[in-house]
Design a protein around this ligand. Structure first.
Ligand SMILES: *[C@@H]1O[C@H](CO)[C@@H](O)[C@H](O)[C@H]1NC(C)=O
Ligand SMILES: *[C@@H]1O[C@H](CO)[C@@H](O)[C@H](O)[C@H]1NC(C)=O
Ligand SMILES: *[C@@H]1O[C@H](CO)[C@@H](O)[C@H](O)[C@H]1NC(C)=O
Ligand SMILES: *[C@@H]1O[C@H](CO)[C@@H](O)[C@H](O)[C@H]1NC(C)=O
Ligand SMILES: *[C@@H]1O[C@H](CO)[C@@H](O)[C@H](O)[C@H]1NC(C)=O
Ligand SMILES: [Zn+2]
Ligand SMILES: [Zn+2]
Length: 447
C-alpha cells in the first residue's frame, strides 16, 4: 500500500516547502512504509484563558502563564483543543499510516494532591479514546510514562491497578500475550507484521526518582524478559523496534546525567549492543525535546539509531529557561529490512496559533533533506554526529534549533552546552561518555 500516496505526498511537500517541483525518486522508494510517533500529551483539563494569569492552569503551579491563548501556553500543559488539533492534522497529512507508537505521559505536571489513581486512569483512557476517534482502525502501540502513575514516577515491579487498567483500556490494540505482561510489569511485545516486532519497555522501573525499585537488580524481571524476547526474535529472523518512555543514554541538557539510574543504563546499553543486529530502531520520549543518539559497539562502529521525539505539550517548568513547540513525527522505513529511511517532524508554532486563533501545524524538517543524508540508519547518523563536532558547525546549529522544535532559532549552544549535547549523541555508556567530556575539557578536540 501507499506507493502512489507516498509519491504524491512527497511531491506535494517538495512543492509546498521548497516551492519547486523535483524528482522525488518514487522508484527508489516504493518499498517504504510509515508510522507516527507521538509522546508526552500531558493534558491539563483545568486550562482556560482568564485575566488572572496565575489561574490559567494548575500545571503552572501558581506561577503566571506567559501568554495564554486558546491553544495553550508555554508555562502550561496541553489544553484538550491543542491535542485535538494535533490529531486532526495528523489525519489530514496521512489518513492511513501503518501504525502509531505512543510513548506515554498523559496526565499533567501538577502536585500529587491534584491527582489520584482514578484521575490518572481517566486521563490515559481519555487520550486513548481520543486517538481512537481519529484513527479507529489503526494499530497503536503505547508505552507507559512516569506520569502515567499515581503518585508519579512510582511504577511498581508487580501487578497493579494502573497496569490492569492500562491493559483494559488498550485491549483493542494489544493481543492476549502482550496484555498478560502489561498487567504484571507494564511492558509487552507484539508482532507488528511477520518479520517486525515491537517491544514496549517500562523504563520507568529504572527511572531515578522511582523509589519502589531502588536496589532491585531486575525489577519485574524485565531484563530477563527483554533478553529472552530479543533472543527469540533473533532466532526467528525478526527485526525489532524498541519503544519506551524514559530514554537510554545521557541527557542532552545535563552534564554526566543519565535519565535512568546509571547502573540500569549500563545494563540496558549492554543488552542493546548484544542485540544490535536485531534492533532496527529505538524510540523514546520524556525529555520533551527533539534529540538523537547513535549507539556504538565495542569497536566504535555505529550499530543502532535512537530517537527521542519532542512532546505535544509546550510545558516548561519555572526552573527552565526555554520551552518547546508542540510536535508530532512520522518515520519512514524500508519495508524489506525495516531500516529507518527518514523522519519528518511536524510542529505547531504556538505563539502564532494563539495570535491567529487557528492551529496551523506545519512540516518543521525532513531529516535527510535538512542534513543532506541518504537515510537515518546508524552509519548516516554517525556521520552527521561527527559533523556536529566542528566549531561553528551549521549542522549542529540546525540540530539545536530542532531540539526545541523551533521555539527560538536565535538561541545558540556553545561551550558546555555543546559539549553536553554532542557527547550525549555518541556515547551512551559511562566509560565512553566520561572520556568524551574529558577530551573536550582537555581540548583534545574543540567544539
Ligand atoms: C476528554 O477530556 C476532555 C476535557 O478534558 C473532554 O472534553 C472530552 O470529551 C474527553 N474525551 C473523551 C473521549 O473522553
Ligand atoms: C540500597 O542500597 C544501598 C547500598 O547498599 C543502601 O544504603 C540503601 O539503604 C538501600 N536502599 C533501599 C531502599 O533498600
Ligand atoms: C553480552 O555479550 C557479551 C559477549 O558475548 C557477554 O559476555 C555478556 O554477558 C552479554 N551481556 C548481556 C547483558 O547479555
Ligand atoms: C512563530 O510565530 C511568531 C509569531 O507569529 C513569530 O514571531 C515566530 O518567528 C514564529 N516562529 C517560527 C519558528 O516560525
Ligand atoms: C529568543 O532568544 C533570544 C536570545 O536568547 C532572545 O533575546 C529573544 O528574546 C528570544 N525570543 C523569544 C520570542 O523568546
Ligand atoms: Zn513528559
Ligand atoms: Zn516523562
Amino acid at each position: 500500500m501507499g506507493l502512489i500516496w507516498f509519491c504524491w505526498t512527497a511531491a506535494f511537500f517538495y512543492q509546498q516547502v521548497w516551492a519547486a517541483p523535483r524528482s522525488v525518486g518514487c522508484r527508489e522508494r516504493e518499498d517504504m512504509s510509515k508510522f507516527w510517533h507521538i509522546s508526552d500529551l500531558h493534558i491539563d483539563p483545568t486550562y482556560h484563558v482568564t485575566e488572572d494569569r496565575t489561574k490559567v492552569c494548575y500545571s503552572s503551579k501558581g506561577f503566571p502563564a506567559s501568554d495564554p491563548g486558546v491553544f495553550g501556553d508555554y508555562m502550561c500543559d496541553s489544553p484538550y483543543k491543542l491535542i485535538l488539533s494535533a490529531f486532526s492534522y495528523m489525519k489530514s497529512v496521512d489518513p492511513e499510516p501503518e501504525f502509531i507508537i505512543w510513548t506515554g505521559d498523559s496526565p499533567p505536571h501538577v502536585p500529587a494532591d491534584k491527582l489520584s489513581t482514578d484521575t490518572v486512569i481517566n486521563m490515559i483512557s481519555n487520550m486513548t479514546h481520543t486517538i481512537r476517534q481519529f484513527f479507529p482502525q489503526l494499530p497503536v502501540y503505547p508505552a507507559l510514562g512516569n506520569h502515567d502513575y499515581w503518585p508519579q514516577d512510582q511504577l511498581p515491579p508487580n501487578q497493579d491497578d494502573i497496569y490492569q487498567a492500562a491493559a483494559r483500556i488498550w485491549s483493542p490494540w494489544l493481543k492476549k500475550d502482550a496484555l498478560t505482561t502489561l498487567r504484571k510489569g507494564g511492558f509487552y511485545s507484539q508482532l507488528i507484521k511477520p518479520g517486525l516486532r515491537l517491544v514496549s519497555l517500562n523504563t520507568n522501573l529504572y527511572y531515578s526518582p522511582n523509589k519502589v525499585t531502588v536496589n532491585m537488580s531486575d525489577p519485574a524481571g524485565q531484563y530477563q524478559w527483554l533478553q529472552d524476547t530479543l533472543e527469540l526474535s533473533k532466532q526467528s529472523m525478526e527485526k525489532v523496534y524498541v519503544i519506551a518512555h524514559v530514554p537510554v543514554g545521557y541527557l542532552p541538557f545535563a552534564k554526566s546525567t543519565t535519565a535512568m539510574r546509571e547502573g540500569d543504563n549500563e545494563k540496558l546499553v549492554e543488552i542493546f549492543r548484544n542485540y544490535s543486529d536485531v534492533i532496527q530502531g529505538q524510540f523514546y520520549g520524556h525529555t520533551h525535546r527533539d534529540s538523537m543518539m547513535v549507539l556504538l559497539d565495542y569497536t566504535g562502529k555505529p550499530v543502532n539509531s535512537i530517537f527521542v521525539t519532542p512532546a505535544v505539550t509546550p510545558y516548561r517548568s519555572v526552573l527552565e529557561k526555554y520551552s518547546n513547540n508542540p510536535g508530532v513525527r512520522m518515520y519512514l522505513y524500508n519495508s524489506e529490512d525495516y531500516g529507518l529511511q527518514d523522519l519528518w517532524q511536524y510542529y505547531l508554532n504556538l505563539t502564532e496559533a494563539n495570535q491567529q486563533e487557528k492551529p496551523t501545524w506545519r512540516l518543521e524538517y525532513m531529516m535527510t533533506k535538512a542534513f543532506g543524508m541518504k537515510d537515518i540508519r546508524p552509519e548516516s547518523l554517525h556521520e552527521l554526529a561527527l559533523k556536529f563536532e566542528a566549531p561553528g558547525s551549521k549542522e549542529f546549529q540546525q540540530y539545536y534549533t530542532n531540539y526545541m522544535v523551533s521555539y527560538n532559532d536565535t538561541i545558540t549552544c556553545t561551550e558546555e552546552c555543546k559539549t553536553v549535547q554532542v557527547c550525549s549523541v555518541h556515547f551512551l555508556d559511562h566509560k565512553s561518555y566520561s572520556e568524551c567530556v574529558q577530551k573536550v575539557k582537555g581540548r583534545d578536540f574543540k567544539l
